[in-house]
Design a protein around this ligand. Sequence first.
Ligand code: HEC
Ligand code: HEC
Ligand code: HEC
Ligand code: HEC
Ligand code: HEC
Ligand code: HEC
Length: 423
Amino acid sequence: MKLLLFTKSKVHFQALFVFLFLFAFSTTKLVAQEDGEKLFKSYCASCHSTGSNQLVGPGLAGVSDKYEREWLYNWIKDSQGLIASGDADAVAIFEEFNKIPMPAQPVNNEQIDAILDFIKASEAAAPAAEVVVAETTSESTSGDGSSDGGLFVVLGLIILFLIVISILRGVSHSIQTVRAEQIGAQNPEERTMLQAFFDWINANKTIVALISIVILSFVAKLGWDAAVDIGIYTGYQPEQPIKFSHKLHAGTNGIDCNYCHSSASFSKSAGIPSPNLCMNCHTYIQEGPQYGKEEIAKIYAALDFDPVTKKYGTNQKPIKWVKVHNLPDHVYFNHSQHVTVGKIACQKCHGPVEEFTVGKQHESLTMGWCIDCHRETKVQMTDNGYYDEIHKRLPEKLKAQYLEDGTITVSELGGIECAKCHY
Ligand code: HEC
Ligand code: HEC
Ligand code: HEC
Ligand code: HEC
Ligand code: HEC
Ligand code: HEC
């Protein structure tokens, strides 16, 4: 057990390092536009992308160049007013979008400036983002070795099986031949290619035995690695009832994780969004880039929604998503404790989800994984209301340590006591 935890901790330390690096890289770039980004995500992202993709409204790339700033202030704060005043641009775009009204947004001019700056910066940052994408992909493929490993194991076993069979066949064949000769009869069978092959194997048993040993050790090594390093469920990727892609939603269209998994920040579970939430966008977006109408139609089927009349029927049934992550019942895990109190990014535990076209399990979720992180991670006590009380009640030794270097790990606060995680 000790040995196991130790090897794991090395592997995870590396993974952690890569992630820290990626995070540092992506956050430094974004700090300046954070406010604009936040505002955009909370007010505009449900209907607009920062690129040229059309959601409910048009993609907003290049919008600062297209219109006067004053016009944009007026439009965003009260598009209906502007249309009513007969402004030609406003009326034209309202017509173009089938008279879907854009609701008046509760933002002031400074906030609009920040949002427009963020949109502009996202255009400029687009090529840089691709570099990050490339790095994450190579990282995640190396973590995915288990599925390739599985393929090798199966192939190796098949080859081994064939060789064993042929040796046995070869032996029984030579016995038959000897018998036949003893009886004095002619060998009745025609010599086929296959028999020639078996005969060759029969004549070269040493070579065949050597090859088998090499293959066998190779297979054993792969199996061992898969079990020890990667963990059996890492990469688990069940087929889902709708081909929902995180890459398309959270990646390409930049929809915030919290938009769909909002309960992660305040409750135990992150939850899977209900089909009604999908309809915020899919009432209007009826076709996708890859599957056309087929996959989105499954959302409509679940809600008994008619995309033409836009009316809901009564024959509704839930979408049966397959749960990817499954901790055993005896383990207690709480999202808000990690996301809100611990301030840990979703990607640290779930991997670069915004790159996944199909949901999958990125980490092993073993006890060793939880404990490694609790040993290594320093709690973020500064400006974190949750810890005010805890800090006051800390034992003197820890208080002194905190004053000295400002660091206390989760485990020093009791985060590896059995009862914290086990009912
Ligand atoms: C509920 C959906 C919705 C929200 C939220 C929303 N918009 Fe819009 N927006 C639209 C629609 C729809 C249009 C197309 C015009 C129309 O039909 O009225 C539009 C048009 C625009 C246009 C004109 C674009 C062009 O290329 O002509 C701008 C600029 C704009 N929105 C900015 C914003 C900003 C900034 C926010 C956030 C503060 C925002 N919108 C929030 C739906 C929305
Ligand atoms: C548009 C809505 C939407 C957004 C945005 C979104 N998700 Fe999801 N998420 C889903 C749906 C639907 C599922 C269930 C289908 C699946 O597993 O692919 C899911 C499943 C998951 C799962 C697997 C859950 C399980 O079954 O164990 C994880 C982990 C996850 N999302 C994390 C994230 C993270 C991290 C982000 C932000 C980068 C994000 N999601 C953004 C809708 C969304
Ligand atoms: C905030 C807006 C938004 C929400 C919420 C949303 N989607 Fe989407 N969805 C999009 C956009 C944008 C596209 C891509 C349209 C395009 O590029 O033509 C899309 C495309 C799709 C596609 C088509 C994929 C393809 O390649 O053909 C499917 C399927 C889909 N979404 C499923 C869902 C499901 C299921 C939910 C709810 C869990 C959901 N979406 C919630 C915005 C959204
Ligand atoms: C400290 C690690 C960690 C962090 C950070 C984390 N998760 Fe999870 N997540 C887990 C574990 C472990 C499970 C499995 C829980 C279970 O089976 O009870 C899980 C399960 C899920 C599920 C499946 C549904 C559910 O609630 O069980 C979704 C969706 C999900 N996480 C999304 C997110 C999102 C979105 C974020 C960021 C806001 C996030 N997670 C942050 C570890 C984490
Ligand atoms: C990426 C690092 C990381 C991983 C992985 C992780 N945790 Fe944590 N965990 C933290 C941090 C940081 C805190 C501190 C937040 C706090 O003080 O409550 C924490 C706190 C906790 C607490 C509260 C501890 C206390 O002293 O009150 C529990 C319970 C917990 N985690 C369970 C788990 C379980 C179960 C898993 C594995 C399924 C897990 N954690 C995986 C980082 C992690
Ligand atoms: C940080 C959270 C955490 C702490 C602390 C923790 N465990 Fe666990 N434990 C887990 C998780 C997660 C699993 C499930 C692992 C799996 O299914 O692979 C688990 C599984 C187990 C199992 C079942 C093993 C198995 O293979 O199914 C036992 C027994 C166990 N823990 C005992 C303990 C004892 C004893 C302690 C105290 C010394 C402890 N745990 C502390 C998270 C924790």
